[in-house]
Design a protein around this ligand. Structure first.
Ligand code: COA
Length: 180
């Protein structure tokens, strides 16, 4: 029986989500997390959640009771020239790592992506100092595409952002007028 529940967020999760961000960014015990001292208001967080309830993407929370211990999201590109892309993000608190939840979340995001009309590509960026996450993405078939050298700082250390992507075979948009 799984230890944590996985479900999409609702607007009622806004306050718990801010608590999650505080816990994630104040306990910086993983190379994939940077320290952060400013957090969104509940209104801003509700707006963020709304994107995923109106179909601009798909978000999943990992919960221990009422407490959020993880989150993963795919955000669809805006505008006709970017709609074929979705950006992936995933994070878990320490207590939820190394138990397959990251893998499960990405599988569920991919499942959603395959049902999306016109979606062709999933892209992400990951710190070069985060080999565990890079391995996880490689296992799914993400390929290295580029590197933004020194694009981020973590405790004064320059971090390169590794750009990765994979094609996704979603539902094709029907431009021919043929059906069936
Ligand atoms: C990166 C991250 C999302 C990975 O999620 P995760 O749940 O820890 O990943 P998984 O458990 O699915 O897989 C990670 C490892 O655990 C192992 N694992 C999987 N199931 C397991 C289980 N039941 N018991 C023990 N280990 C397990 C996997 O083999 C894998 O090992 P490896 O990477 O050393 O080869 C998570 O560590 C995290 O949130 N890190 C902080 C934020 C971050 O780095 N996000 C990515 C930014 S791009």
């Amino acid at each position: 029986m799984p230890k944590f529940e996985i479900r999409p967020p609702t607007l009622e999760d806004a306050a718990a989500f801010i608590d999650y961000l505080r816990a994630l960014h104040q306990n910086v015990d993983h190379p994939g997390v940077i320290p952060r001292s400013e957090f969104p208001s509940e209104d801003v967080q509700r707006e963020w959640i709304t994107k995923y309830t109106v179909g601009d993407g798909f978000c999943l929370l990992v919960l221990s009771g009422e407490r959020i211990v993880g989150c993963a999201e795919l955000t669809r590109g805006r505008g006709a020239h970017r709609m074929h892309c979705a950006s992936l993000g995933v994070s878990l608190l320490k207590e939820a790592r190394g138990q397959g939840y990251g893998t499960r979340l990405i599988e569920m995001l991919h499942e959603w992506a395959r049902g999306q009309t016109g979606l062709e590509r999933i892209q992400l960026e990951v710190f070069h100092t985060n080999p565990g996450a890079i391995r996880l993405y490689e296992r799914f078939g993400y390929v290295h595409e580029g590197r933004r050298v020194g694009a981020m700082k973590r405790y004064g250390e320059s971090i390169d952002m590794i750009q990765m992507s994979m094609p996704i075979v979603g539902t094709q948009s029907d431009t021919t007028g043929h059906h069936g």
